[in-house]
Design a protein. Structure first.
Length: 432
């Protein structure tokens, strides 16, 4: 068989294995090693397994992943999410749809020190959902807000998805983190605006809660100092050049641990839970990463990236037409697989096309993460929707997707804005 046939059969085998519920990392590794061995020799292919695994888990650059995951685990177990929600609710809870706005604000703050969409959605399903239901908010709205707010976890730095994109494409991870700041703030503001529009467009749909006295507001505000300090420390250190992205992960994890212990929010059991969570998640991420690297050898020998680039650039659609095709592809894939698997599987193929068309790789990283973020809530399948369903047993999938649809429209509008005005993502990195 020629390389084209082998490449096609490889992708068919990969998606078949994923449909059979084989873990993505295992599926990519199996197809990659088998295909590489068929086209070269099996002995060389088997050697790749050990070499790639050892090089990946011992590479200093890859240390950023477990460090930021550990930081997020410490933050989650320290209960900071409840403080953020209480502070946001104290200031805006009395507005029409105020609890929804407070949830978005708290999700944004939590994402800034957690970096995980799944963790953000799961946490606020337990924190914000009961509060909204207690005040009479509809089930669809409450779950839709939490699903949308959860997606902020991979946009607002630190973000493990940004880190993996940077590792795969050999881009500056610090610049990618900084590039996500303004688009992340834009996402928070547009989600809040969406809640406000829903509240005024459908009078009586969203209730108002009593206004909190100023004493309660200031008391709640004092509790969020830990979040502000930790975010400023990590991002400020990166932006100011005090430490690299990998060092920022270590400093952030240490800072979250110290703050949690100093405030007596992290006991021995909490630290143990955080370490186990970070270890399990890191193992899962590294499994996918190793599988993707093995699959990458198969892509290289079959020249799939080069052939995809020739095909897309030969369509005559222009650079933005090709970009639109890529975005549609990501939206479709978002219905089939999780964010990390999508990035790891597709970026090695798509990235050469994007650079050949003259797009900025840092800007494209923000666009890709934003599109993947949309896939987390995009029907008929969305990772955050499944997370919320697992946390809130009383609600069905149709209800959650009904509540998510206005935020999907908001995300598409935000994506168009970022494509039309790249400076939104590139202004801060250009100042580094």
């Amino acid at each position: 068989m020629d390389t084209n046939t082998v490449a096609i059969l490889g992708f068919v085998a990969l998606f078949t294995l994923m449909l059979l519920r084989v873990p993505v990392g295992m599926a990519m590794g199996l197809v990659g090693v088998t295909g590489f061995g068929y086209l070269t020799n099996h002995e060389a292919a088997l050697k790749l397994i050990g070499q790639t695994s050892m090089r990946t888990v011992t590479d200093y650059t890859f240390g950023i992943i477990p460090m930021f995951l550990l930081m997020g685990a410490f933050v989650t177990n320290a209960g900071i999410s409840r403080e953020l929600f209480r502070a946001a609710n104290a200031f805006v809870g009395h507005w029409r749809g105020g609890l929804g706005i407070a949830t978005i604000a708290a999700c944004g703050g939590f994402a800034a020190i957690c970096g995980s969409s799944v963790a953000t959605a799961a946490t606020f399903s337990a924190v914000a959902y009961p509060e909204m239901r207690r005040h009479g908010y509809p089930m669809s709205f409450a779950t839709g807000v939490i699903a949308a707010g959860g997606t902020l976890g991979i946009m607002i730095p630190p973000s493990t998805v940004f880190a993996v994109y940077g590792i795969i494409t050999q881009q500056d991870i610090g610049k990618l983190f900084i590039a996500g700041v303004v688009p992340g703030i834009l996402a928070v503001c547009m989600y809040m605006a969406t809640v406000t529009v829903i509240g005024y467009a459908k009078p009586g749909f969203l209730p108002e809660t009593p206004r909190a006295p100023w004493s309660e507001r200031w008391a709640a505000l004092r509790d969020v100092w830990a979040t502000l300090v930790l975010f400023a420390f990590v991002i400020g250190g990166l932006y100011g050049g005090l430490f690299t992205a990998t060092e920022a992960g270590g400093m952030g994890a240490a800072g979250a641990f110290i703050i949690g212990v100093a405030r007596k929010r992290l006991d021995r059991d909490g630290v143990k839970r955080a370490l186990l969570e970070a270890t399990r998640t890191s193992a899962a991420v590294f499994t996918v990463l190793i599988g993707a690297l093995l699959f990458g050898y198969f892509l290289t020998i079959t020249q799939v990236p080069q052939k995809v680039m020739e095909f897309l650039t030969g369509l005559g659609l222009g650079r933005y037409g090709v970009l639109a095709v890529i975005m549609v592809m990501y939206l479709v894939l978002g219905c089939l697989m999780d964010a990390m698997a999508m990035i790891i599987l597709t970026v090695p193929i798509i990235f050469p096309v994007v650079t050949a068309l003259g797009f900025d790789p840092i800007w494209f990283g923000v666009i890709i993460v934003m599109t993947v973020e949309l896939g987390l809530i995009h029907p008929p399948v969305g990772m955050n929707v499944f997370v919320i369903k697992s946390m809130v047993k009383e609600v069905d999938f149709t209800t959650i997707f009904k509540g998510v649809l206005p935020f999907v429209a908001t995300d598409i509008l935000r994506l168009i804005i970022l494509i039309a005005f790249p400076i939104i993502a590139l202004w801060l990195p250009s100042r580094m």
